[in-house]
Write a protein that binds this ligand. Sequence first.
Ligand SMILES: [Zn+2]
Length: 252
Amino acid sequence: MQLADLKWSDVASLSKDTPVVFPVAALEQHGRHMPLFTDSLLLGEVVRRASEKLGDRVLFAPLLWLGNSDHHIDFPGTLSAAPRGYLDMLETLAENVLVHGFRRIVFINGHGGNDVPGKQAVFELRQRHRSESGLLLLFATYWLLGGKPHEVNREIKQQRMGHACEWETSMMLRLAPHLVGDLSKVQPVEFGNPFEPASRGWITKDRTEPGHIGDPRFATAEKGETLFSVFADDVVRMLNRVIAWNGSDWSG
Ligand SMILES: [Zn+2]
């Protein structure tokens, strides 16, 4: 169910064990062939499919389109909440629903730059509410929930998320093909190895001139349908685990 559609009295009558989901995405450059709103459109579709399957068992807040995209800010049109401000915003949203009595809060993420502040937010929230029991605070990125799209559709070449890549371009071709530019002029950009397994600080200009990372030329709408269905199923599976949690176990 959608928070935006409810009256406050409807929210008051919900079980406090109802998981509250905050979908978090971005508005940032996605190469010369994809729109700035890519991450928000794609996560919106993943969440829409998941919410249809979950019905009244999960409460979805509206998608937060402003993400931490500082690394893309050199590309015109990108809008970014700087990391520390973004961290505070995520924590504030969680604090709001804690005031309303909810105990299970899940951020479903659709943008890589939100990963570090998002994990820091759930970590800090737990420290601040350390005397409370029955709290479940999760941050989950939709393409990292275990699904392997390339094993479902063998035509899919890419095996991890890039940027405006085969995966994202395929999903956009499935969702809104009129927003995808001419792919015949797009050149592949390698993922490279940025001193792995160390974690390197980076700006997008370090890695790519056009803005994408990966090979969008392999994108098709059919692959996009596979990707959406794998990722939506993964989100449903994760939220079913949240619903089934007994309120005290470490494992879930
Ligand atoms: Zn993206």
